[in-house]
Unconditional design. Structure first.
Length: 225
């Protein structure tokens, strides 16, 4: 089953690309929203990724209809340049929700990267393709015969965060943060204000202001609603 979604303004995605996960996470805190996910690691490159989400949900192969194609291939073909593929592999089975040939295929379509709630494999191969892979874990075990795709562009869960196709995400060395499509404008405004504030703090430190003043009471309370 697949779903259609509004691609959203490219300008908003471009603004998201200027922010790191911490600024976006702080903005969610300030607005009383959830979206930050811990424990997913950057495996294959040092790049930050951001973009619109294309989702994939995987299930155990046992009891499921036989696969007619390999997992995530439909997502790669559906993705637009700059999109981020997000895979839910929460079966508990030690099998990869992403691999090296998928990385090559996604790279050739200018996909920004992949985030896997579960294990990925072929990490060295993905590095050779310069394709960003973020995953909960890594493994050498193939998906074939173990897990299959249950849906593309369907609702999934990453960590404790419900994720829908068309949501936005930013991922870097600190973590992964999802933003609901309907919240992206106000989250961007809050995150940009936080990033500006932190740039000013850095300038003050370099100018000789004591760090206890720069990170004083106003810093401690800056995320209060």
């Amino acid at each position: 089953m697949s779903a259609t979604f509004d691609p959203g303004p490219a300008a908003l995605i471009a603004r998201l690309g200027q922010l790191d996960s911490c600024a976006v996470s702080d903005a969610l805190d300030k607005l009383g929203l959830k979206g930050a996910v811990a424990g997913i690691h950057r495996l294959s490159t040092d790049r930050r990724i951001s973009g619109r989400v294309v989702t994939v949900r995987l299930v155990a192969a046992e009891g499921a209809p036989p696969a007619s194609r390999h997992l995530a291939t439909a997502a790669i073909e559906a993705a637009q340049p700059g999109d981020v593929i997000v895979v839910e592999q929460r079966t508990g089975i030690d099998a990869a929700g992403w691999g090296g040939t998928l990385s090559l295929g996604a790279s050739l379509r200018a996909v920004a990267g992949v985030i896997v709630e579960g294990p990925a494999r072929d990490v060295d191969e993905s590095s050779a393709h310069d394709f960003p892979v973020f995953a909960r874990d890594h493994t050498s075990r193939t998906a074939r015969g173990r897990i299959v795709e249950a849906g593309t562009n369907v609702p999934i869960v990453v960590g404790e965060i419900p994720v829908s196709p068309g949501d936005c995400v930013v991922a870097d060395g600190s973590g992964v943060v999802f933003v609901k499509a309907g919240e992206i404008e106000r989250v961007l405004e809050a995150a940009e204000a936080i990033a500006d504030r932190e740039r000013s703090m850095a300038e003050s430190l370099r100018a000789g202001t004591p760090i206890s003043q720069v990170m004083g009471k106003s810093y401690e309370t800056m995320l209060k609603k």
